[in-house]
Design a protein around this ligand. Structure first.
Ligand SMILES: Nc1ncnc2c1ncn2[C@@H]1O[C@H](COP(=O)(O)OP(=O)(O)OP(=O)(O)O)[C@@H](O)[C@H]1O
Ligand SMILES: O=C(O)C1=C[C@@H](O)[C@@H](O)[C@H](O)C1
Ligand SMILES: [Mg+2]
Length: 184
């Protein structure tokens, strides 16, 4: 969605739960020397655990907090790597705010996320009987949005977070000269 001639100073990572948005985002920010922010972490630091927010106030309340948080973060003037919660892209206001940013869709198969999902208890939308089937169902229902909003898709099924971040940086450099405008 961004103009590839103009380097964007924000890279936004989107995609389903447990694909590595937070982990790769932190690695990418370190490689770039940019600030890293994760919308789930900001919401949790201000409002408590996501599973508790879902339990006490419901999903739509969480979505409002999430959208508001992302809008604030995207006002940053500093170069930023921003990892979003898996469902954040469903909000139409957030969708509009992503236009003109460099948006990367991290895509994975269920085999890649299976063990990660089974060992975590802070994903309320996967709390039912068959978390892998639910993950796949949510991914399928959001796939079109992830693809439409993104400039680039990164398959995260092979490689460490560091290797994937390095590969992503190389692809971003080719597309947008991401380092342009920096002093070094
Ligand atoms: N490339 C990788 N190789 C091995 N483990 C990974 C990789 N990427 C992420 N992980 C691990 O998978 C787990 C989930 O990663 P992470 O929290 O970054 O996913 P996420 O997409 O941010 O998930 P959520 O949607 O829940 O925020 C973490 O334990 C992380 O260490
Ligand atoms: O995919 C989702 O809808 C979610 C993903 C997580 O990152 C959290 O934002 C929350 O658990 C909801
Ligand atoms: Mg995350």
């Amino acid at each position: 969605m961004s103009n590839t001639a103009q380097p964007s100073r924000t890279v936004v990572l989107i995609g389903p739960m447990a694909v590595g948005k937070t982990t790769l985002g932190a690695e990418l920010a370190q490689l770039l020397g940019w600030e890293f922010v994760d919308s789930d972490q900001v919401v949790e630091s201000q409002h408590g655990k996501i599973s508790d927010i879902f339990a006490s106030r419901g999903e739509s309340w969480f979505r409002q907090l999430e959208a508001r948080t992302i809008a604030t973060l995207l006002r940053s003037e500093a170069p930023l790597v921003l990892s979003l919660g898996g469902g954040a892209v469903l909000d139409t206001g957030t969708q509009q705010l992503l236009v003109g940013r460099t948006v990367v869709y991290l895509n994975a198969r269920p085999e890649t996320v299976r063990a990660r999902i089974l060992r975590s208890s802070n994903r309320p939308l996967l709390a039912g009987e068959d978390p892998i089937a639910r993950w796949q169902q949510l991914k399928n229902s959001r796939e079109g949005v992830y693809q439409r909003l993104s400039d680039l898709t990164l398959d995260v099924s092979q490689g460490s977070a560091r290797e994937l971040a390095q590969s992503l940086l190389e692809q971003l450099d080719l597309r947008t000269n991401i380092h342009d405008g920096e002093s070094q």
